[in-house]
Design a protein around this ligand. Sequence first.
Ligand code: SF4
Length: 178
Amino acid sequence: MHYHQYYPIDVINGPGTRATLFVSGCEHQCRGCYNQSTWRLDSGHPFDQGMADRIIADLSDTKIKRRGLSLSGGDPLHPANLAAVSALVARVRAECPGKDIWCWTGYRLDELSEAQWQLVEQLDVLVDGRFEQALADPALRWRGSHNQRIIERPRRQACGNSQDQATLTASQKESVSC
Ligand code: SF4
């Protein structure tokens, strides 16, 4: 996997003070995407052990406390990124107890493959769906367009038949539990 940018201290992408990793690689090609330079899988820098160690160290920092890790891009759920992102998420769970993990993806919940679900079920929050220019709204928090949803604790069993309910709820408040 490659990554484009890493913000060791970030108060924009998710709640509280966080560490944020922007990975490389996205196949959605949304019109109006602000991050087109991240589309290519080999853009940016190789994500290596040293970078993973740095993220763990930042999340463990007691001087500047981070609430958690944000994973954005590009698309962390691009099939080519799943192994490396899953390994990072597993390390955060094992070595940084109490930290939350948010992830932004262009895939909708109902489009996820089995392999993507295995990662998604380890997350605290998934912001799903492509950026839709016609539904864009700069006043939205943590998402760019109204079709995107902030889904707390995305789990297969709970989400299986609740797409209509989740969409309805998302239009009424900013985050949904599915
Ligand atoms: S999913 Fe995100 S990074 Fe990918 S094209 Fe759409 S807006 Fe850009």
